[in-house]
Structure formats: structure tokens, C-alpha cells
Design a protein around this ligand. Structure first.
Ligand code: FAD
Length: 431
């Protein structure tokens, strides 16, 4: 079989492609990726580069998320090497280091399609179907008659975002003190006047007490921090204090439970819009002319309030299930693996690192490495993920590949041994 594959030393970026017989693909496999968010698509690209047949399922019909993501330098380099500039000329021009989620998904979708990945939208993954008769592992989908429901696979990647945890995986919860985030997007008409308004790349209360005090005195808005990015939209994200949201009537009634506090019935949408509008206008000195909310996926003004008090992290990044002699390698990537803390902007950076680590694992799987060794190595690498920062990643971004040693400064691929991951190899002996 002829397929696209990378040179032995490079395993990620376009300029390094060679067309050769792929040594891995002979035993590599069918991969199902759940979720066409940035991390699902980025993983799909690497798996396709390894020569696997890849199918991505996405329950949404379209990419409509306006929110803008700050990118670490290595992710900018990675996206450039995938041809981001060709697909989206404005990608990280000048000193810009951000992109809207929608645009990021579009770039990755185009690359995926070029590599032969099948991406199905409007189809929801519901559960795994265990092998029976001659059939291998398959997925129960909604709608049930979707052609992808006949796809048999031996690798399953969950990239379904923070809320999606496939059966068999457990999450740990990290609870901090109450933190209420607000995001809002306004239409960017790209006028000269708008171009002159300075971005706020992140200002926290402790560093600019005067600004936050004036915002409180003049507008009654009490924030911990605020970020403003000028991208496809004018995007603002801020952490608001509960008392000021209660005072301004955004939250109707006080509850100690965050879920009850921010339940839709307890939020006055109009007051929330005014709050977000005033914070945006004040923090840009009223210089953004004619501020109008951009529409969200539902066609409504794009303002959202969310709780980030509680962060989830999967206990394990991988496992293997076996039934009737058919093995399934399973892995988590993106927010589904580790939920990021938005003020640190770690989502895409750590998400992509996990995508590469997962592709490395699938490569070992395809090369016939003993299963427990594959799992032990993946879990060893997972241990370093949450400690990564822009400072402690290797600086030679162009040599990044799916080989973890090209990216992490200190990674011990055998810090976890095969005997320690036996519980991650689950054999079901029933018929
Ligand atoms: P998602 O983007 O959540 O994608 C998951 C996809 O799976 C979705 O499209 C969903 O529809 C689909 N899906 C779910 N379940 C199913 C199913 N059953 N069947 C089919 N499809 C399904 N990160 C940064 O790097 N920088 C930032 O500056 C930054 N700022 C942020 C600000 C805020 C306010 C928030 C909330 C997050 C921020 N993040 C930031 C985090 C970033 O948005 C996420 O890390 C990133 O979107 C995760 O990508 P993902 O592909 O893992 O998941």
C-alpha cells in the first residue's frame, strides 16, 4: 500500500513528507476519533500520516465557536508547518499569537481532508459495540443508520472535550475556590479605528489595581482579570466576582453550590449582556466604535458565563480492551484527558502534545510492541504533561515530532513499568 509518511527523523510536519511505502501501515489499523475539536483533528492528522485509516465523528453540524485561543510559540510553529498560512493568510501575522477556535478547526479540517481522513458531522457517538460474530469493535451512533456505524476499528481516540469520559476511564476532580468566567464576542468590522485599539493580553488585578478599582467605582463591575483579543471578532474573557454579579442582577439569587448559582434559571441574560458590554467598553477606553454582539451558534448575542471552579483530569491516558480475541486500543486526548485552566492558555498546547504522544503510542501498537509496554510508555509520558510550560518545552520547535524526546526536556519513557499497568489491559472472557 502506498501512503504518505514522514521521514524516519521527522514525524509531524508537511515540509518533511516523503511518499514511500509506510512501514507502520502494514499492521496499522482503523482508527475512530470522537470529536472534531482542535485536538481530535490534530490527532487524526498524525494518525493519517502514520498510514492509518481514520474516521472522525462530530455531533455538531458546523464549526461556530467564536472564542479566541492564545497559542504557545510551538503550536504556532506546528500550525505553520501544517500550512496554516496557506489556508488562512491572517494566521498569526505580526505579533499575534491567537486564533478563533472556529478558524483553527477549519485549518485542521482542511489538512485532515487532504490526508484522506473521513470527517462526519451531525453524528453523535453513543457507545462502543463489543465484537460479535465476525464483527470487530464498532460504535453505536445517532442517527443509528449513519454509514459510519459499520466502521470496524482497533484504535479508539476520545477527543470529546471536558464533559466526555468514555466508559472505563476515571477522572480526578481538582476543586478550587469559586471562579466565574465570562466570555463575549463583538463583531469586528476591521476598520482603521478598530485596528488602533490595543489588545489586552491578560491583566490581573494584582498587577493593575488602579484599573480594576476604577472599573468597580465607575461601572460597579468587579473583576479578577480580563483579556481582550482582536481576531475574527473582538473577544473578551474575564473572571468576575460573585458579589458584583449579584449586585448587578446578573445572578438572581445566591447559592453556595456553583451549579445552582449559574443555572440558566438563576441568570438574567439581559443583565449579563450589559455586564459584559460595559466591561468590554470600559477596558478598551470606549474606543471600539458601535460595539455589536457577534452571534453565537444559536444566532443569539455571544455572551456566556461559566464556572471553572472544578477541573477534571483523567487518571489514565490509555487502556486496551479485548473481547473475543479482538483488541481495542483506547486513548484520551485534549480536554477529555486534562481540562485546562483558561487563564494559563494551556488547552491547545497540552492538547496537541497529548495528540502527538497518542500518535506515538499508536505507532508502537502498529509496530507490534507488546501491549503492556505500549500502555506503560504512554502512562509514563502522561506524567509529564501537566508540568509542561512554554519555558520547559524544547526550544527547537521545527524538530518536534511525535517522538516525545523531541519535545519534552525531561521525559523518562519507562518511569512506569508494564507490571504497573496490568489493570489497563481489560480482557472480557465472556461470550
Ligand atoms: P473541544 O474543543 O471541546 O471539542 C470536542 C468536540 O467533540 C466538540 O466539537 C464536540 O461537539 C464533540 N463531541 C463531544 N461529544 C461528542 C459525541 N458524543 N459524539 C460526537 N462528537 C462529540 N486554550 C488555549 O490553548 N488557549 C486559550 O487562550 C484558551 N482560552 C480558553 C478560554 C475559555 C473561556 C475556555 C472555556 C477555554 C479556553 N481554552 C484555551 C481551552 C480550549 O478551548 C480547549 O482546550 C480546546 O478547545 C480543547 O479542544 P478539544 O478538541 O479537546 O475539545
Amino acid at each position: 500500500m502506498l501512503c504518505l509518511v514522514v521521514t524516519p527523523t521527522k514525524t509531524t510536519t508537511f515540509p518533511h513528507f516523503l511518499i514511500v511505502i509506510c512501514p507502520v501501515c502494514l499492521s496499522l489499523s482503523q482508527c475512530l476519533v470522537l470529536g472534531a475539536g482542535p485536538c481530535g483533528l490534530r490527532t487524526a492528522i498524525e494518525l493519517a500520516l502514520l498510514g492509518a485509516q481514520v474516521l472522525v465523528l462530530e455531533k455538531r453540524e458546523s464549526f461556530s465557536r467564536n472564542n479566541v485561543l492564545h497559542l504557545w510559540p510551538y503550536t504556532i510553529c506546528d500550525l505553520r508547518s501544517l500550512g496554516a498560512k496557506k489556508f488562512y493568510g491572517k494566521f498569526c501575522t505580526g505579533s499575534l499569537d491567537h486564533i478563533s477556535i472556529r478558524q483553527l478547526q477549519l485549518i485542521l479540517l482542511k489538512v485532515s481532508l487532504l490526508l484522506g481522513v473521513e470527517v462526519h458531522t451531525g453524528v453523535e457517538f453513543q457507545s462502543l459495540i463489543e465484537p460479535s460474530g465476525d464483527n470487530g469493535w464498532m460504535a453505536k451512533l445517532q442517527p443509528g443508520s449513519h454509514p459510519a456505524s459499520t466502521f470496524e476499528f482497533d484504535v479508539f481516540i476520545s477527543a470529546g472535550g471536558g464533559r466526555f469520559v468514555p466508559d472505563g476511564f476515571r477522572h480526578k476532580e481538582l476543586r478550587g475556590k469559586l471562579a466565574i468566567g465570562i466570555t463575549t464576542n463583538f463583531i469586528n468590522r476591521h476598520t482603521a479605528e478598530e485596528a488602533q485599539v490595543a489588545e489586552i493580553s491578560g491583566v490581573a488585578r494584582i498587577y493593575n489595581q488602579k484599573f480594576f478599582q476604577e472599573l468597580l467605582t465607575e461601572m460597579g463591575i468587579d473583576l479578577e482579570n480580563i483579556v481582550y483579543y482582536k481576531d475574527a471578532t473582538h473577544y473578551f474573557v474575564m473572571t468576575a466576582k460573585k458579589q458584583s454579579l449579584l449586585k448587578k442582577g446578573v445572578i438572581k439569587q445566591d447559592f453556595s453550590d456553583a451549579e445552582e448559582l449559574l443555572a440558566p434559571a438563576n441568570v438574567d441574560e439581559e443583565a449579563l449582556r450589559c455586564y459584559a458590554y460595559d466591561a468590554a467598553s470600559f477596558s478598551t477606553g470606549g474606543k471600539l466604535p458601535d460595539l455589536q454582539f457577534a452571534p453565537n451558534h444559536a444566532g443569539k448575542p455571544d455572551v456566556a458565563m461559566f464556572d471553572f471552579t472544578c477541573m477534571q483530569r483523567a487518571e489514565n491516558a490509555s487502556q486496551v480492551r479485548e473481547k473475543r480475541g479482538k483488541k481495542l486500543l483506547m486513548a484520551l486526548v485534549g480536554d477529555c484527558l486534562v481540562e485546562p485552566f483558561w487563564p494559563l492558555g494551556t488547552g491547545i498546547a497540552r492538547g496537541f502534545l497529548a495528540s502527538f504522544d497518542t500518535a506515538w503510542m499508536v505507532r508502537s501498537w502498529g509496530l507490534g510492541t507488546p501491549h503492556l509496554k505500549v500502555l506503560a510508555e504512554r502512562e509514563s509520558i502522561y506524567q509529564v504533561l501537566s508540568q509542561t510550560t512554554p519555558e520547559n518545552c524544547r526550544k527547537n520547535y521545527v524538530s518536534y515530532s511525535i517522538d516525545p524526546k523531541t519535545r519534552y526536556m525531561r521525559v523518562n519513557l519507562s518511569s512506569i513499568q508494564a507490571h504497573q499497568v496490568q489493570h489497563l489491559y481489560i480482557v472480557d472472557k465472556s461470550n
